[in-house]
Write a protein that binds this ligand. Structure first.
Ligand SMILES: Cc1ncc(COP(=O)(O)O)c(C=O)c1O
Length: 377
């Protein structure tokens, strides 16, 4: 699925030097290595503030809390994401409401969100948390319209979307605040857990910086109950090295995606969608979006058998995500039932992520597509 060692081989001396510098300066938590990464990351995303923290999950919580989301308020998000998109809302003390996804992009559908806003629990909604799933921005034109009409904050879950854009604006600079993850499998990755909040609001940034250090503005004077969610110096130093390469790696991912498209089309397997019949429905970059293909996810009707077949050929694949969030044991308390989000439930049965990373070779892609062709024939 992902061979991280290929990237490491290219960068190993630079990374060792960066880690060595942290050891020399002994700045293990925040400090200069993290401040440098925050400054360069904000410049690259063309956003006013970047605040490093300890994971994408913490970044989501920090973004919500710093934007003033808390008890008595509701936030709408998607049932088709990683667990943290919902658990962070609950950690912030708010109520999580769900709305269904668009079957083409797998992203939260603004029309479904609008229906929830007009429903019985709509009056408590203060924010929407769209996820830029698989590296493609959610429909920000639709969400901006809703935010204006209903006076809502928009919190981006940009964990999978470093470098993605919507109408020329980078993910991370679109909403009230955004959360990134640098988990080792992410397109911009740390050597452990790390995350970041970005925002154009001075107020949200100041609050996020305070909340990530136990609510302290002044050392040992606590204004609010925050948490310890600071970024390590080692992670800041490693991320600063990789930040210089991420645009190139994202471009390479787009090339890999285009090659998969060509190979599937040439094999006569590509179907128009949004639902599969006998072949595969390929991921689509929608108008206005710059997709970074954090994942290359297709839909196919005999997904589980295909996955087993690929595994028998030693070809990696993955399911993001097999169980929609409203059907997770831990989230039964949200009060939803099977059938409430038919698009998310169907996607969970049909999606399959294929190997994609900047260093993936053309011959390896040919092997993947040939195996899928053999299975489908
Ligand atoms: C969409 C999404 N949101 C949130 C997270 C949480 O990030 P982390 O694993 O860094 O806590 C992830 C990554 O796992 C993710 O993919």
């Amino acid at each position: 699925m992902l061979d991280l060692k290929r990237q490491y081989r290219e960068l190993h001396q630079e990374l060792l030097d960066a880690v060595g510098h942290v050891l020399e300066t002994q700045q293990f938590i925040l400090g200069e290595p993290v401040a440098t990464f925050e400054r360069d990351a904000a410049a690259q995303l063309r956003v006013a503030h970047a605040i490093g923290c300890s994971s994408g999950t913490d970044a989501l919580w920090l973004a919500l809390a710093a934007a003033g989301i808390g008890p008595g308020m509701a936030v709408i998000t998607t049932p088709f994401s990683f667990f943290a998109s919902v658990s962070s809302i609950l950690r912030a003390g708010a109520t999580a409401l769900l709305a269904d996804i668009d079957p083409t992009t797998f992203n939260l559908d603004p029309l479904a969100v609008e229906t929830v806003l007009h429903g019985p629990r709509g009056a408590a909604v203060r924010a929407v948390l769209p996820v830029h799933l698989y590296g493609q921005c959610a429909d920000w034109t639709g969400f901006s319209r809703l935010a204006q009409a209903h006076d809502l904050k928009l919190i981006e879950d940009a964990a999978q979307a470093w470098g993605a854009e919507w109408n020329g604006v980078k993910a991370g600079a679109l909403g009230t605040a955004a959360a990134f993850s640098f988990y080792p499998t992410k397109n911009l990755s740390a050597a452990g857990d790390a995350g970041m909040v970005t925002t154009n609001s001075d107020e949200v940034a100041e609050r996020a910086r305070m909340l990530r250090q136990h609510g302290m503005r002044r050392r040992y004077f606590h204004d609010e109950i925050g948490w310890n969610t600071r970024m390590d110096g080692f992670q800041g130093a490693i991320l600063s090295v990789k930040l210089k390469y991420i645009d190139g790696w994202n471009q390479a991912r787009r090339t890999v995606a285009a090659r998969y498209h060509e190979l599937f089309a040439a094999a006569g397997l590509a179907e128009a969608g949004p639902y599969p019949v006998h072949g595969v429905v390929l991921p689509r970059e929608v108008a206005g979006s710059h997709h970074v293909y954090h994942q290359y996810v297709l839909r196919t009707s005999r997904r589980d058998q295909l996955r087993e077949f690929l595994a028998s050929r030693k070809i990696g694949s993955e399911i993001y995500y097999p169980v929609p969030l409203h059907q997770q044991e831990a989230l039964k308390g949200l009060g939803y039932n099977e059938g409430d989000f038919p698009e998310a439930e169907r996607a969970a049965r049909e999606v399959l992520a294929l190997p994609i990373f900047a260093e993936l070779r053309e011959d390896e892609q040919q092997t993947v597509v040939a195996a899928i062709a053999e299975f489908l024939s």
